[in-house]
Design a protein around this ligand. Sequence first.
Ligand SMILES: Cc1cc2nc3c(=O)[nH]c(=O)nc-3n(C[C@H](O)[C@H](O)[C@H](O)COP(=O)(O)OP(=O)(O)OC[C@H]3O[C@@H](n4cnc5c(N)ncnc54)[C@H](O)[C@@H]3O)c2cc1C
Length: 527
Amino acid sequence: MAFDAVIVGAGHNALAAAIHLASRGWSVGIFEQSERAGGAVRTEEVTLPGFRHDLGAMNLSLFAGSPFMAEHGEALMANGLAFAPAEHCFASPMPDGKWFGISKDLETTVTRAARFSEADAETWRAMVTAFAEDAPHLFALLGSPMTKRALAKVVWSAWRAKGAGWIVDTLRLFLSSPRDFLERRFESPEIRAALAAWGMHLDFSPDIAGGALFPYLEGMANQSFGMVIGQGGADTIVTAMVSRLEALGGKVHVNAEVAEIVRSDGRATGVRLASGESIDAKRAVVAGVTPPALVGKLLPGGSGDAGFDRGAQKFRFGPGTMMVHLALSDLPDWSAGEELKRFAYVHLAPDLDMMARVYAEAIAGLLPAEPVLVAGQPTVIDPSRAPDGKHVLWVQVRVLPAAIHGDAAGRIKTSNWDAAKEAYADRAIDIIERYAPGAKAKILARHVESPLDLERRNPNLVGGDQIAGSHHLAQNFLFRPMPGWARYATPVKDLYLIGASTWPGAGTGAGSGTMLAKMLAGGGAKT
Ligand SMILES: Cc1cc2nc3c(=O)[nH]c(=O)nc-3n(C[C@H](O)[C@H](O)[C@H](O)COP(=O)(O)OP(=O)(O)OC[C@H]3O[C@@H](n4cnc5c(N)ncnc54)[C@H](O)[C@@H]3O)c2cc1C
């Protein structure tokens, strides 16, 4: 078999790259080790028949707002892509029964904020107004290739439009920790906590520099645009992308682990599958894997550049995630208020100190005494994912050690994830029960995936790191995946690296796949 481009792994970035290349006339073959495409975007009935659970991403806002969607969205819709929009995006109940949340209607959010602080309510309104003007410049930066020239262009254009003061303020935002930023802006601890929880979706506990951006952007974007999930499951993007790729003549080959990238005269010329079969690449090999897997596994003997290999081997992963999927007879009765049943995400992360403690425990190898939980309620937005009147709960347990050295609560004695996971899931469910008494009695079935299970299914999630590599400042922007290699090239000619480990990082925005494909084949789809 031979293709213009051979792509390793069928994550959504790989699919985006393949579609763009195929739309420009390239022949493309994707080789995926698992039995289906999608990687960290996957939906399955893992509890009971008729209950569809997103095993990875649930929130598809990044995909819906991506440049890839802008260019290829119409064709994807024709191939079955459908979103379900959420008006009520995220909320945090507090142990004392209060809660704060962001709904798409600005006045609703402002009124809620005013219950805590009139000043914070006005700050929120002013931030949202400013965001409408700032967003094009921020998204231009976050969607820009990481070259000095491209960055200079984006910054220069923002400078001309907004002035030097705005650039300095924005730089300060980018460098701030969530706590710096939130304490400067808001006086209410509840509002600060509701926003800081977004840092914990990545590896930004409240005191880590560079983490302010995520609470800020998620707060502003959810307020301004709402949230979207997939109709029927997050895998709507995968099935639509696979169909679109097939319509363009490409194909995803599943159960086809790539064991080695084949080189000739310093150039990548194809891949060898674990089955022994060889596939030729006429123009490019695109690897959607992590840097250590590229260098340590797919390039025996290394890339030929000692600096690149050292950087790849030292690539840092963030702490792990456990997923608890629940089939429920009804939604939890959140004691903070009936209204919480309408939200896409309920964060159980009531204060900044608690989040900082959880992170410190996980980094020290301890099972946190009380982890942060993200309780996703997709069936509130899309009832088709469960039988009539029933629900699924998508519970993300953040953040956890890849290797267990102890339990901060002193109760779980094993250091083996397979042995610990059900007991730790009980701890997570006990937390939900505290915020929503009676929730346990509504559980019809559960399915638990430890950090180890996440990695077993998708080797890119090393140690269960759902973001495939820390996003701390020293490994982001120009430094992702490592300094000097932010533009997908590798020391091997015609070999490229994409995926969540590369700029612009994790999430369903299809950024690296789209940017690389445009570099290789030019922008603008030709269909
Ligand atoms: C539990 C969880 C929840 C998340 N929630 C959200 C969310 O709500 N919203 C959001 O935007 N993002 C979320 N994310 C992050 C987001 O899903 C990922 O960052 C994104 O999907 C990564 O896409 P990717 O294209 O980089 O590759 P991946 O999806 O990681 O796919 C890589 C693929 O490569 C394959 N592969 C690896 N090595 C080989 C090999 N040698 N041969 C063949 N195939 C190989 C793997 O099997 C896999 O299918 C979540 C992630 C997880 C795990």
